[in-house]
Ligand binder design. Sequence first.
Ligand SMILES: Nc1ncnc2c1ncn2[C@@H]1O[C@H](COP(=O)(O)OP(=O)(O)OP(=O)(O)O)[C@@H](O)[C@H]1O
Length: 229
Amino acid sequence: MTDSPIEVRGLNHFFGTGEARKQAIFDINLSIARGSLTILMGPSGSGKTTLLTLIGALREIQDGSVVLLDHELHGAPEADLVALRRRLGFIFQAHNLHESLTATQNVLMGLEVHGKGNAAKQRAASHHMLDLLGLADRREYVPANLSGGQKQRVAVARALVSNPEIVLADEPTAALDKASGHTVVEMLKSLGKTRGTTTVMVTHDPRILQMADRIITLEDGRIVTDKSQ
Ligand SMILES: Nc1ncnc2c1ncn2[C@@H]1O[C@H](COP(=O)(O)OP(=O)(O)OP(=O)(O)O)[C@@H](O)[C@H]1O
């Protein structure tokens, strides 16, 4: 197993074509240690989400290299990217829960794509994850009957239930109160220690900065500070 599940070399990224072509990411170089929790910070428009989606195989690599779990993403066939994405857990701001499904069913979706375990085991794992996130009494609620923070925690449960090797999160605590935000980040840290799960998280949340192993700041598409703590 690799010590650095995310290796970025000479990464550039552009949006638009012709006159409108604009560079959003400039010569990023990064090695992220297995089991660590890294925070990406920076002003609006500095490229945080673009970098996260490039690392997560959600965007085509145009120039440079991203090696994810020992696989080069640049030029990789779509089938390989799909297989790699299944090894990741994504937590995005727009949590994309299915409105017609209960909390448990939404979390189950995080397992069904993997086809791991039988139905009873999958259900038990989903309940366990919801319980850990303080949603034991909300298992059978549909999203319309959950608060913003509860929905966000369901999305966290869905991302983590499959035991992903890497978790990529965009503002996962933005909709959460202090205690829930703390619980989510503590969970990610503890998964890092016990299972070697690697987390990269975009956040503006000052409450969780001190919980990170490393804080990287972007400005105008470039890394301007990179601090381990
Ligand atoms: N789909 C797109 N088409 C064109 N330009 C884009 C697109 N997505 C992002 N950009 C531009 O790329 C730059 C980086 O955007 P990005 O969303 O990565 O920043 P960010 O740091 O995540 O910002 P925020 O904190 O506001 O989410 C910005 O100038 C943005 O306008």
